[in-house]
Design a protein around this ligand. Structure first.
Ligand SMILES: Nc1ncnc2c1ncn2[C@@H]1O[C@H](COP(=O)(O)OP(=O)(O)OP(=O)(O)O)[C@@H](O)[C@H]1O
Ligand SMILES: [Mg+2]
Length: 396
C-alpha cells in the first residue's frame, strides 16, 4: 500500500470523516492511538457551533439542540453531515442533555456495553469542549481524587495555601464551569461517594484547611455512569441518588439497530487501526449480532427454540470487538474478506467465560441451533473446530 505524504497509510478510498483526522501527541508529535472526542470530531463541533443560533446555557459551547444533534447525527443547512455517535431513542438523548442544563446531575445507568461511557464522553465534549475532567471510580478511589490533594513540597515550603493545593477534576470543572465525569460511580466506597452530596446540592466544595471554599461557576455539572451489574457493590445512598436524574441506556431494541451500531463502530475503529475496508463484512456482522442476541435473550430469533444463556454479558461492545478482531485476522492472515472462521474463535471467546458451564451452553447452541440453520454450515464447522481446538478445515 502506498504511504501518503503524511506518512500514514491510506486505507480507504472514500473521504474520511473528521474522526480519521490525524491527532498527534503534544510531546512527541506522534499520532495518538485514541484522540479525545472533542479532537476527533473537532470539525463537526465547529460546524455545529457556527450553524447554531439557539440560546446556549451559560458557558455551554453549543445549545442543547446542537448537543443532541451532535450525538444523534443530522445534516446542517450548509450540507455538513454530523455522524451519529449514539444510536438509540432520541428522547433519551434529549432528556440527558436537558438534565445537564438544570441543577441536577446526570446518572447514566445500564447493563455493560450500552455506551454509557461513550455517551458521557461525547456529552462533555459537546457541552464543554473538554471530556478529560474525569474521575475513574474504583474501590480505591479516595476523597482526594474527587476533591483536591496537596503538593507536598509546596505544602512544606508555604504551609496550607491555594498554591499548595492540587485541584482534582471535579474541582477544576467547578472553577471553570465545565462538565466533570465520574466513571463507575457505584464502585466507589459509599463514604467517598458522599463527598459529592455537598458538591451537587450546595454547588460548593469546602476547603476546611484554608477555611475557604470553591463555588461552582455556572456551566458546571456532573455526569456519572454506573453499571446495573455492579448493583450491590456499593449502592448509591438515597441522599446522593436524589441529586441525580437517572437515564437508563437500553440494549439495542432490534437486530437491525444493533447491526447498525456494530457496523458503524467497526468502520470507525477499522479506520483508526488502519485496517483495510472489508467489503462484505455485513453478513458476518449480522451473524455475530444474531448469535449474541439469541444467547442473551435465551431464545432463537424465530421464537421456536429455547437456548441457555452463558454467564457473561454479550454486549454490543463485545460484538464490536469480535468483529474488529475478525477484520484484523482477515486483513493480516487472510485475503481481507471477513469469513466465518475469522469471527468463530472470537465469538467463542466472548461466550465461554466460565470454561466448564459456558462450554456446555455453547456446544448445545452449536448443535441445536447453528447446525440446522440454512447458510450457516461454514460457520458451524469453524465454530466446532475452534471449540475443539482443531485448526479450521482439519478432518474430524
Ligand atoms: N447504542 C449505541 N450507539 C452507539 N454506540 C454504541 C451503542 N451501544 C454500544 N455502543 C458502542 O459500544 C462501545 C462500548 O460502549 P461503552 O464503553 O460506552 O459501554 P459502557 O456502557 O460504558 O460499558 P461498561 O458498563 O462496561 O462500562 C462503544 O464503542 C460504543 O460506541
Ligand atoms: Mg463504561
Amino acid at each position: 500500500m502506498p504511504a501518503s505524504p503524511a506518512g500514514t497509510v491510506e486505507t480507504r478510498g472514500e473521504p474520511r470523516p473528521s474522526e480519521g483526522q490525524q491527532m498527534t501527541a503534544e510531546t512527541t508529535g506522534q499520532p495518538v492511538l485514541r484522540p479525545h472526542a472533542e479532537d476527533a470530531f473537532a470539525e463537526e463541533l465547529s460546524a455545529l457551533a457556527a450553524a447554531d443560533d439557539r440560546p446556549r446555557p451559560a458557558r455551554w459551547n453549543l445549545s442543547p439542540w446542537a448537543v443532541a444533534t451532535y450525538l444523534l447525527g443530522g445534516t446542517l443547512p450548509d450540507g455538513t453531515v454530523i455522524t451519529p455517535k449514539y444510536v438509540g431513542p432520541r428522547r433519551i438523548v434529549e432528556v440527558a442533555v436537558t438534565t445537564l442544563a438544570t441543577d441536577r446531575a446526570l446518572l447514566l445507568l445500564g447493563v455493560p456495553g450500552t455506551a454509557k461511557t461513550w455517551v458521557s464522553e461525547h456529552l462533555a465534549a459537546a457541552v464543554s469542549g473538554d471530556s478529560t475532567l474525569i474521575v475513574q471510580g474504583t474501590a480505591g478511589t479516595s476523597e482526594e481524587a474527587i476533591r483536591y490533594g496537596w503538593n507536598y513540597a509546596q505544602l512544606l515550603a508555604k504551609g496550607p495555601s491555594r498554591e499548595a493545593m492540587v485541584a482534582g477534576p471535579v474541582m477544576r470543572a467547578m472553577n471553570d464551569g465545565m462538565i466533570a465525569r465520574v466513571e463507575e460511580l457505584t464502585r466507589i466506597p459509599a463514604d467517598v461517594q458522599d463527598t459529592l452530596i455537598t458538591i451537587l446540592s450546595e454547588k460548593t466544595l469546602p476547603i476546611p484547611e484554608l477555611n475557604d471554599e470553591v463555588q461552582a461557576v455556572r456551566g458546571f455539572n456532573l455526569i456519572a455512569t454506573a453499571n446495573n451489574r455492579d448493583k450491590g457493590v456499593n449502592e448509591l445512598s438515597s441522599a446522593l441518588r436524589r441529586r441525580f436524574n437517572t437515564v437508563v441506556l437500553p440494549l439495542p431494541a432490534s437486530p437491525d439497530a444493533e447491526v447498525e451500531i456494530v457496523s458503524r463502530r467497526v468502520d470507525q475503529l477499522g479506520r483508526s487501526l488502519q485496517l483495510p475496508a472489508a467489503p462484505d463484512a455485513i453478513d458476518e456482522i449480522r451473524r455475530v449480532v444474531t448469535v449474541f442476541r439469541e444467547l442473551r435473550d435465551g431464545v432463537t430469533t424465530d421464537g421456536r427454540t429455547k437456548v441457555k444463556s452463558p454467564s457473561g454479558t454479550l454486549s454490543t461492545a463485545e460484538a464490536i470487538s469480535v468483529v474488529t478482531n475478525g477484520l484484523a485476522l482477515a486483513a493480516h492472515f487472510g485475503d481481507g474478506v471477513l469469513r466465518p472462521a475469522d469471527v468463530a474463535a472470537g465469538i467463542q471467546g466472548a461466550v465461554v467465560r466460565d470454561p466448564a458451564a459456558d462450554s456446555l451452553v455453547w456446544q448445545e447452541y452449536l448443535e441445536t441451533v447453528v447446525r440446522e440453520r440454512d447458510g450457516w454450515s461454514d460457520f458451524y464447522r469453524a465454530a466446532r473446530d475452534a471449540a475443539s481446538g482443531r485448526p479450521y478445515g482439519a478432518a474430524a
